[in-house]
Design a protein around this ligand. Structure first.
Ligand code: ZN
Length: 503
C-alpha cells in the first residue's frame, strides 16, 4: 500500500490537512515536500471517502530574521518587522506576496488545489483573539510546558504574545507590561510604549504557541512537517502539550518528512542560496515529475535531487511507471500504479506522449514543427499537429538542456558541406554503408545491425567505428545511440552528408 493510503487508514470523520510556510525567500524544491506530502494525504483521505479540507498557511506575519544573501543591504532596517509589511525586493507589493506568487503559480502548474490562508488575515479578522486570551491567562503554565519539554530556559520578561511596535514596526523588540482583554500594553526597545488589540493584526504569537493555536482555530487533524519540528523537545512536542493542556484539543496526526538535498551541495535553504526555486524546477522538468519525486519516496527518507542527468533518469522512471499503469510493462512494485496516479497532472495515453529523452534528441535535430512532426510520424507517433501539452514539454526540454543538460547530451548537426578529416579506412566504412543505405529498412534496429555488420567484416573496433559517423554528423566522437540517432534523421540528408564526407 502506498504510504499516503497507509497513513489515512485509521482516520475517521471530517479531516483538515494543514500545510504551510514562512515566505521569507524563494520557495524551493525542498519546500515542495511539505505541500505535496499534504496533497497526497488529502487525496488518499478523500479516496477513502472522508470529507477532507486541504489548507496552506502562508505565515506572512513572521518577522524578517536577517538580511539574507539575496537581499539588498538596505533590508537591515526591516529586520524584525512582519514580512507582509515589508516592501518587495523588486517591483510593487509586499515581501511576502513577492515570494508567494510564483509558488502559487507553480502549484497551479503541478495541479495542487489548496485553500491558501494568510496568517495576517487570521489575526486581522480576530480569529486568534480567543486563543491569545487563553494564552495570556495561562502564560505561567505555558512557560513551564516550554521549559520542561524543550529544555530551554525562558527569560524573565517573556510573554506568550509579541506586540508589534506601532512606532518602529518591529515584532521582536517589544516587552509586554500588562494585559486586559483585548489590550496588551508594551514597551519597545525603540523607546515607544503602546498597546496592541489582540483582535487585530497588532501582534502575534511566537511559533511554538501559534502552531497549536492554528490547530484549534482551523480544526487541523493532519499535518506534515519537517523533521526539525518533529525532533524530541521540538515544536511538535511542545505544540502537542499546549494543544492538550491549554486549548483542550488533540494535536493533529503528524507526518514527519525528511529533507530534499541538492546533490553534492546538501540541504536546500533559501537563506543560504543552496536551493532551486520551485518555479525554476517546473521550467526545466515536466510538472508531473515534481509530484513523482515526492510520491515515489517514503517521507522518512531523504531525497537526493540532481537536476542534471539524475532528473533525466527520474523522468525515464516516471515513464516506466506510466507503462506499468497501462499494462505495457510488468512490475513487482505494488505501489507503482498508485504512484503514477498520484503523480500525473493530466490524462495521458501512451501513444500520445513523446518520451522526454526522445524529445531531447529530436529538438536538437529539428528546429521547425514540420521536421519534428515528420520525425514523430516515422517513429510511430500519431501526432498530426503540435498540441499545447507537447509544446509545453518541448519548452521544458529545451530549458533543461540549456540549463542542466550535460555536455555529452548536447549536439548540433553539421551542414552537409562541412569539412571533415577522414582516413582511407574510415571512408571505406562510410562507403560500404552508402551502398545499402538507400534501400535498407530505415529504423533503429536495422541501421544498428547493418553498421555492426560492416564494422565486424572490416575488423573495426565498434567504438571507433561509431565515432566515424558521429564526427561526420555532429563533429563529436560520441552521441546518441547510433542506430536510433540515424533513424531519426532524414535518410536523404544522411546519404548526402556521408557522400560529401567521403568525396
Ligand atoms: Zn519600537
Amino acid at each position: 500500500m502506498h504510504w499516503a493510503d497507509a497513513f489515512v487508514q485509521d482516520l475517521a470523520g471530517h479531516q483538515t490537512v494543514s500545510t504551510g510556510i514562512s515566505p521569507s525567500g524563494p520557495i524551493h524544491v525542498g519546500n515542495m515536500r511539505e505541500i505535496l506530502t499534504g496533497n497526497f494525504i488529502y487525496v488518499a483521505s478523500r479516496d477513502r471517502g472522508l470529507e477532507t479540507r486541504f489548507i496552506y498557511l502562508c505565515d506572512d506575519m513572521d518577522p524578517l530574521r536577517k538580511v539574507y544573501p539575496f537581499l539588498d543591504k538596505s533590508y537591515s532596517s526591516y529586520v524584525g518587522r512582519p514580512l507582509y509589511k515589508i516592501p518587495a525586493p523588486q517591483g510593487e507589493g509586499t515581501y511576502s506576496e513577492y515570494f508567494l506568487r510564483p509558488f502559487l503559480d507553480t502549484l497551479d502548474t503541478i495541479n495542487v488545489k489548496v485553500e491558501v490562508i494568510r496568517t495576517s488575515n487570521l489575526y486581522r479578522e480576530g480569529k486568534f483573539a480567543e486563543a491569545i486570551d487563553v494564552v495570556m491567562k495561562n502564560s505561567q503554565q505555558i512557560r513551564s510546558i516550554l521549559e520542561e519539554i524543550s529544555g530551554r530556559d525562558i527569560e524573565e520578561n517573556w510573554s506568550p504574545y509579541n506586540p508589534i511596535c506601532e512606532s518602529c514596526g518591529r515584532i521582536s523588540t517589544t516587552s509586554v507590561t500588562s494585559y486586559s482583554f483585548p489590550y496588551v500594553e508594551y514597551s519597545c526597545k525603540c523607546g515607544h510604549t503602546g498597546r496592541s488589540d489582540v483582535r487585530k493584526d497588532q501582534g502575534k504569537l511566537p511559533w511554538r504557541i501559534e502552531w497549536p493555536a492554528k490547530w484549534k482555530i482551523l480544526g487541523v487533524t493532519v499535518e506534515p512537517f519537517g523533521k526539525d519540528h518533529g525532533a524530541p523537545g521540538g515544536s511538535y512536542d511542545t505544540g502537542k502539550a499546549i494543544a492538550e493542556k491549554i486549548f483542550g484539543i488533540s494535536a493533529p496526526k503528524p507526518m514527519i518528512y525528511e529533507r530534499i538535498l541538492l546533490k553534492g551541495k546538501g540541504a536546500m535553504h533559501s537563506s543560504t542560496g543552496i536551493a532551486i526555486p520551485a518555479s525554476e524546477m517546473i521550467r526545466v522538468a515536466p510538472p508531473q515529475i515534481l509530484r513523482f519525486l515526492i510520491a515515489r519516496s517514503q517521507p522518512g527518507r531523504h531525497i537526493d535531487f540532481d537536476p542534471g542527468l539524475g532528473l533525466l533518469n527520474l523522468i525515464d522512471e516516471y515513464e516506466r511507471y506510466r507503462d506499468i499503469y497501462f499494462g505495457l510493462e510488468a512490475s513487482d512494485d505494488d505501489d507503482a500504479k498508485r504512484i503514477y496516479e498520484l503523480s500525473r497532472v493530466r490524462e495521458e495515453r501512451p501513444g500520445d506522449v513523446v518520451s522526454f529523452r526522445h524529445l531531447i534528441t529530436l529538438l536538437q535535430i529539428y528546429h521547425d514543427d514540420n521536421g519534428l512532426l515528420s520525425a514523430l510520424k516515422r517513429g510511430g507517433y500519431t501526432h498530426n499537429s503540435i498540441s499545447g501539452d507537447l509544446r509545453a514539454e518541448m519548452d521544458v526540454a529545451r530549458s533543461w538542456l540549456d540549463t542542466y543538460g550535460p555536455e555529452q547530451m548536447k549536439f548540433t548537426l553539421l551542414p552537409p558541406d562541412a569539412p571533415v578529416e577522414l582516413g582511407e579506412s574510415e571512408k571505406a566504412v562510410l562507403k560500404e554503408f552508402l551502398q545499402t543505405g538507400q534501400s535498407m529498412k530505415w529504423d533503429a534496429e536495422s541501421i544498428h545491425n547493418r553498421i555492426h555488420e560492416i564494422l565486424r567484416s572490416g575488423n573495426t573496433d565498434p567504438k571507433e567505428g561509431f565515432s566515424i559517423f558521429y564526427r561526420v554528423l555532429i563533429g563529436k566522437t560520441r552521441g546518441p545511440r547510433l542506430g536510433y540517432f540515424l533513424s531519426n534523421l532524414d535518410r536523404d540528408w544522411v546519404m548526402e552528408r556521408l557522400k560529401r564526407a567521403v568525396s
